[in-house]
Design a protein around this ligand. Structure first.
Ligand SMILES: [Zn+2]
Ligand SMILES: [Zn+2]
Ligand SMILES: [Zn+2]
Length: 328
């Protein structure tokens, strides 16, 4: 079963994809499906002996270009539709034990290029409205495959969080005539919450951080999406991202778990005056080996509470990023 059901009480779609229960759960390194194929009789997802970046369809997709017919009929109250879309896996190293923080800037640059190309290709599908590249990293956020990898989901509509972001940006634009993210960059760059300054991107703990050590990486220029990013800006994004991730590992003194997602324009070209490319990185770490869990206020109130001042978190991460030597 793989279908979308509409929640009329919140105005959101939920995808029910039961095939995902059968996906491979924390395999041993010797059985890793994302390592290069070791022997012809035991093929992995990647039929090569060596690779830099590999992108392929998720074998356990929640959204697919040929979705099955829904198992239950939709009603006027709860519409049900086939779960159309795409789910891709992006493996960014053949080293089972590496992380995005230590593959090096050159490889992160290749990843940025791969993201840009996939966003353009998937966005060209007329059935797709929004493309979201993301990475779930580490057991603390529930990762089931340890081999370093990210994912790309192409949705048939704009998912709730980017939709709310676009609505807020539209309201700001109506009030001021400006892009809210351009205003954020002007306010935050060089300020107390800046973590790292690149030529084309700036990283900072946003004043409204939902996780104690959340870092957002904003394009300095008003660029709506990855494919529109100039070559030198793509290289700069890779440098800033690699250094922020290395700074996390240095600060927490562990291989930091995090959720990373890229927000950008919708694929239909609407709202380009208010959609502004940025990366959001949310580690669950609170320091001292403690983790932040989504609890009652966050889950039922949608209201985040954090216990570290963003200014303090930024000062700590700024020092850690300055010390961290991101591999070239
Ligand atoms: Zn592996
Ligand atoms: Zn902008
Ligand atoms: Zn965002």
């Amino acid at each position: 079963m793989s279908e979308r059901r509409y929640d009329p009480t919140h105005g959101e779609w939920v995808t029910v994809a039961t095939g995902r229960q059968d996906r491979i759960y924390k395999p041993a390194a010797a059985a890793c499906p994302l390592c290069p194929t070791r022997a012809a009789h035991e093929p992995t997802e990647i039929p090569r002996g060596h690779f830099e970046i590999a992108v392929f369809d998720n074998r356990f997709p929640s959204l697919s270009p040929r979705p099955p017919e829904p198992a239950i009929p939709g009603t006027d109250l709860v519409p049900v539709e086939p779960a159309y879309g795409h789910c891709e896996v992006v493996v960014f190293t053949d080293d089972h034990d590496a992380t995005l923080a230590d593959v090096g800037v050159a490889r992160v640059h290749l990843l940025v290029e791969a993201w840009a190309r996939r966003v353009a290709d998937l966005g060209a599908d007329p059935g797709v409205r929004y493309v979201l590249p993301f990475e779930n990293k580490g057991e603390a956020v529930g990762v089931t495959l340890h081999h370093p990898h990210g994912q790309i989901y192409a949705y048939p509509d704009v998912p709730p969080r980017p939709a709310r972001e676009i609505a807020a940006a539209r309201a700001h634009h109506d009030r001021t005539g400006r892009c809210v993210f351009c205003d954020v960059v002007a306010a935050e760059a060089g300020g107390v919450r800046e973590v790292l300054a690149g030529e084309h991107f700036v990283a900072g703990v946003p004043p409204w951080a939902r996780f104690p050590y959340e870092v957002d990486i904003w394009s300095r220029a008003h660029v709506p999406s990855l494919p529109e990013l100039a070559p030198e800006a793509r290289a700069d994004l890779a440098r800033v991202l690699a250094r922020v991730l290395a700074g996390y590992d240095r600060y927490f003194d562990v291989r930091t778990s995090y959720l990373l997602g890229i927000h950008a324009a919708t694929t239909d070209g609407a709202d380009r005056d208010v959609t502004h490319l940025h990366v959001e990185i949310c580690p669950p770490h609170r320091g001292g080996g403690k983790l932040k869990y989504l609890a009652g206020s966050e889950t039922f109130g949608g209201a985040f509470l954090t216990d570290v001042a963003p200014e303090v978190a930024a000062e700590r991460l700024r020092a850690a990023c300055a010390d961290a030597t991101a591999p070239a």
